[in-house]
Design a protein around this ligand. Sequence first.
Ligand SMILES: O=C(CO)[C@H](O)[C@H](O)COP(=O)(O)O
Length: 221
Amino acid sequence: MPIEIAPSILNADFSNLELVIKQLEQSGVKYLHLDIMDGHFVPNLTFGPPVVKSLRSKTKLIFDVHLMVEKPELLIEPFVDAGADFITVHWESTKHPHRLLQKIRSFEKKTGLALNPATLPDNLEYLMELLDLILIMSVNPGFGGQSFIPSQINKIKKVREMIDRANRKIFLGVDGGINLQTARNVVAAGADFLVAGSFIFNGDIVKNYQELLVICSKAQD
Ligand SMILES: O=C(CO)[C@H](O)[C@H](O)COP(=O)(O)O
């Protein structure tokens, strides 16, 4: 699948979000990664459904809502109502990932499952038919601007093989510490959906996004 880059607005200028979104749209961005943090599952707090709903009225970008929360089952409907297109939940946040993914699908939304850096990918085998996105966390979730954890390259390769074996159209995403070098490495390992925050939002958004896209497309050839 062609590479998609989803800017994570965690590190964007929130005082000027409308302008940020306009710049992203003009650069050809299709996905917006929205980091939902509850201060419990991760040691940071961001925003909830009302903010997503307000953003929804300003753009047609595809909203990729990443729930880094405890009890994600309580938040599926509120984020569906707020206008989420993809809802990604964490393997580590639920005892019933299969049921949770079924619930997201029941609202005709795209599903994502995120794996923390120390989580094995083996159980994905049993969830493939319910997945649209697998998100490998290449940092410990909670903050933007962290360094990429190199051991995740092996996991990306493993998950690439699993998706190919399953012969399904599932994005293989990577989230955390993406820059020109790590982007090249993760795409070479098989990723096709990159979440990037600080690299895109530090400086010229349009230039950074396009530079990243060029590197990724070359690495995929
Ligand atoms: O989910 C996240 C952190 O939990 C962010 O999406 C991720 O860290 C992206 O930021 P950066 O590119 O700055 O690492």
